[in-house]
Write a protein that binds this ligand. Sequence first.
Ligand code: AMP
Length: 209
Amino acid sequence: MRMILVGPPGAGKGTQAARLIDTYRIPHISSGDMLRAAVKEGTALGVAADTFMKAGKLVPDDVVIGMILERVAKLDCAEGFMLDGFPRTAPQAAALDAAMRAAGVELDAVVLLEVPDALLEERAVGRRTDPVTGTIYHLKYNPPPPEVAGRLVHRKDDTIEAVTTRVQKYHSETAPIIPFYLAKGILKRVDGVGEPDLITQRITAVLSS
Ligand code: AMP
């Protein structure tokens, strides 16, 4: 299974990806997680990405495209992969398409998680991540157990200001790539509002149909 998870910031892509890889047994490749790791390690890529990320802006295409194409070319992706947060622009979608064509493989599905803008800010601002396990919580909708509550991290770009910019970027840069996948006949729209378990069920249902 070669698939992409697309959706606005706070749609639940990371939460759902973590659940889906248990079923599909493919690597979960999150461009945001890879960039955050690079920032933490202080690599050249991380230094280049940091300012854009903090402001909620997109990291330049050439940086992200190189990083992801290198990753999907690795041996563990030979049987499939789940991209989360990439592609996010038309040049990224074109670069992925060209690389996959050159490798003689095709995308099976693009899952679009749909969540109204009005819900995104609250979802992101209340989001917390466990740095030890990577588990994503929400202070109100998916509260963490007391034993991990003290170590949770609030992402620097989950502020109201950065989320507003990220939602705008989603509409101006990312939403325009959706017709490309619709035309290929592989777009699966999924209602992203509801309990995480329910949304996982909706995704697995569209993927098996
Ligand atoms: P995410 O964890 O997917 O919400 O990504 C966090 C941040 O990383 C984004 O707001 C961007 O600054 C950057 N980023 C992640 N993926 C991409 C991408 N495909 N293209 C450009 N910037 C990205």
